[in-house]
Design a protein around this ligand. Structure first.
Ligand SMILES: N[C@@H](CCC(=O)N[C@@H](CS)C(=O)NCC(=O)O)C(=O)O
Length: 216
């Protein structure tokens, strides 16, 4: 049995959870916040979440976990069978994570955690986000899924990161940068939200967000 560790506010935790659900893999969840405590570092090398525990050992880094799950549980594939199409699917994921989510993450402190971010950082991130979103717009198909006619792991990642980037850009810049780059975004998100696994992650995320941000 797989034990998924982390918490439901994290888009990387939710990415791993969504893939487990989509693939119909049995798993348990353990609520854990990131930390540098030795007890956690023994389980996750950088004290980050998510990570999974399996009978044969632990794995950190959500994308590594996804790739492992795809190989270990090939039924209900979330990557195309063809090598080049599979690479195109991974290309979308890499762009979403490295060139969009990672720069935007520098704004989360102000967008979600009551801190502040300098105007210089905001301007720098905006420039990186413009480049990342423009690049993704050249790759994304939305026909109707992001990589083409089949639902893939890239949709799992896109659904989660689009949600966060859209919220973050509205909070920091007063404008939804995702909607500005992808006119089809609302119908795309609605299409994904017809899936039971997506609905389950969205509902759990809603509860996790409410609990995390409720006055203590
Ligand atoms: N590349 C990692 C990112 C995971 C990550 O950054 N998780 C955040 C929570 S959303 C975390 O643990 N942050 C604590 C830290 O950076 O020390 C993955 O894909 O799993």
């Amino acid at each position: 049995m797989i034990n998924l560790c982390g918490f439901g506010v994290s888009n990387y935790y939710n990415k791993t959870k969504l893939v487990l659900l989509e693939k119909g893999i049995d798993f348990t969840e353990e609520y854990l916040l990131p930390s540098q405590d030795e007890a956690l570092l023994k389980r996750s090398p950088l004290g980050k979440i998510p990570f999974i525990e399996t009978e044969i050992g632990n794995l950190s880094e959500s994308q590594v976990i996804l790739e492992y799950l795809e190989e270990a549980y090939p039924e209900k594939p979330l990557y195309p069978a063809n090598s080049f199409e599979r690479a195109k699917c991974r290309e979308l994921i890499q762009h979403l994570e490295l060139n969009i989510e990672l720069p935007a993450r520098r704004l989360y402190k102000e967008a979600f955690f009551g801190g502040t971010v300098s105007d210089e950082t905001k301007a720098e991130v905006k420039e990186r986000l413009e480049i990342g979103l423009n690049g993704l717009a050249r790759l994304a198909k939305f026909s109707p899924f992001i990589a083409g006619d089949t639902y893939t792991a890239a949709d799992c990642v896109a659904w989660l990161h689009f949600f966060m980037i859209s919220l973050t850009s509205q909070k920091i810049y007063g404008a939804d940068m995702v909607a500005a780059h992808f006119p089809e975004i609302a119908s795309y998100m609605q299409l994904l939200e017809t899936r039971p696994a997506v609905q389950k992650v969205a509902a759990d995320r809603g509860m996790a967000l409410a609990a995390f941000f409720s006055p203590k």
